[in-house]
Design a protein around this ligand. Structure first.
Ligand code: SF4
Length: 173
């Protein structure tokens, strides 16, 4: 879809919606374009390095993101109002995306998370848990972030490759 011209994208999305109304279809729609995702989705699952980190009804997710990765993603979406856009604070993520073949241990987002804490983030896998009706998040500190007790902080990029598997011996020749 991302390789298509914007007007063709719009035509295809309209076609999806017509077919959905006509045949009462359910779609699993995988995309990076947050505006398209918002337009087409009833329920959204956000993934980072192969794990679902947040699941929510669409409107709730855009109004009230809870996982630091979702918060960072949505903070980068431009707002079509010059006054509001000027005041918008975007959260830039440190470092590069680690390899999904060898992800960081515990919370996979901890090497880039602007809310990372000295405890739990690097030691315990955060389970996906429900905080409010229909809104689930995999972050140890989601309540503190939601209540404003934790705020994003500057951090240097860190890369922790995780446990290394020994390379296999080549077969004898
Ligand atoms: S568990 Fe820690 S590192 Fe992971 S998203 Fe939450 S605050 Fe960030």
């Amino acid at each position: 879809m991302s390789a298509l011209d914007v007007s063709i994208q719009a035509q295809i999305i309209n076609l999806f919606e017509q077919l959905q109304d006509e045949f009462e279809l359910t779609y699993l729609f995988i995309a990076h374009d947050l505006a398209v995702v918002r337009h087409i989705s009833d329920r959204i699952a956000v993934m980072y390095l192969g794990w679902i980190v947040e699941v929510s009804p669409a409107a709730e997710l855009y109004e009230n993101p809870l996982h630091p990765y979702t918060i960072s993603l949505l903070s980068a979406v431009p707002i079509p109002d010059p006054v509001v856009e000027k005041q918008r604070e975007s959260i830039l993520l440190a470092g590069d995306l680690p390899s999904p073949a060898n992800p960081p241990p515990a919370c996979r987002f901890h090497t880039r998370c602007p809310f990372v804490q000295p405890t739990r983030c690097r030691d315990e896998i955060p389970p996906l848990r429900q905080l409010a009706t229909g809104h689930e998040v995999a972050c140890h500190w989601a309540e503190d972030i939601r209540e404003g007790r934790l705020t994003p902080h500057e951090r240097a990029p860190v890369f922790e490759p995780g446990p290394q598997e020994p390379a296999e011996e080549p077969p004898p020749v």
